[in-house]
Design a protein around this ligand. Structure first.
Ligand SMILES: Nc1ncnc2c1ncn2[C@@H]1O[C@H](COP(=O)(O)OP(=O)(O)OP(=O)(O)O)[C@@H](O)[C@H]1O
Length: 209
């Protein structure tokens, strides 16, 4: 698995007439973990969306670079990433097993894990044939995070990862992320320290106003 780094050159984002952030130049190194912090409405989700390629910056350039310095073509970037966020919906009509089969038809599952083991790993044992529309908000969040954790890809974006999780879910999140954080580039958007205690670097979006 190649582990890319993400280079941002002078990126700025404007919505309507308001600059959300300006002139952000930063390199997210492969295998390191980062938190993006800042007040409510400061632009954390906007930045993480831009880094993933979900939306474009108003100005500036984002590149995914391989170890040899070559850039990964923008059409191929999606193969490198998983992204769990409140604004990305699950397909509600699927059962849990269908959702797992669907997701893992696009992304490889991490080595040595069988698809059948995943519900238990996500604390969703017993819900295999339940439709996602009947999941609680915490179950949906564990599924979103689980799809990210157990996909064998080098870049992981997490926006507000512990929203809707109870204490058991938060402990599960903390344990699972500690197992993988040295193998991936992880970028977490959060205002809650316990969600990003494991990171190597903190980037405050307020510093780019
Ligand atoms: N599509 C959009 N059109 C116009 N303005 C937008 C759009 N998306 C976000 N904004 C604005 O950009 C600013 C940053 O929003 P963003 O969601 O990135 O903040 P955030 O730091 O993630 O906030 P929170 O901590 O509340 O989740 C806000 O003022 C928001 O209203």
């Amino acid at each position: 698995m190649t582990t890319p780094r993400i280079s941002c050159e002078n990126i700025s984002k404007k919505y309507l007439r308001q600059w959300i952030f300006r002139d952000l130049s930063y390199t997210f190194e492969s295998g390191k973990s980062y938190a993006i912090t800042g007040n409510n409405g400061s632009g954390k989700s906007t930045l993480i969306k831009i880094l993933s390629g979900a939306i474009l910056p108003t100005n500036g350039k984002i590149s995914y670079l391989k170890e040899d310095g070559d850039s990964i073509h923008e059409d191929k970037v999606y193969e490198q990433i998983v992204y769990a966020a409140p604004y990305f919906d699950l397909i509600e009509e699927f059962t849990l097993l269908e959702a797992l089969e669907f997701h893992f038809s696009f992304k490889p599952v991490v080595e040595n894990i069988n698809l059948k083991e995943l519900p238990e790993k996500m604390l969703l044992d017993g819900a295999q044939n339940k439709a996602i529309k009947h999941f609680s908000s915490g179950m949906k969040q564990r599924l979103k995070l689980g799809l990210a954790f157990y996909s064998d890809v080098p870049v992981m974006f997490l926006d507000e990862p512990c929203s809707n999780l109870d204490e058991t879910g938060i402990n599960w999140y903390k344990n699972e992320i500690l197992k993988i954080h040295n193998q991936r580039l992880i970028i977490v958007s959060s205002n809650q320290k316990f969600e990003y205690e494991f990171v190597d670097f903190v980037l405050n979006v307020m510093d780019y106003k």
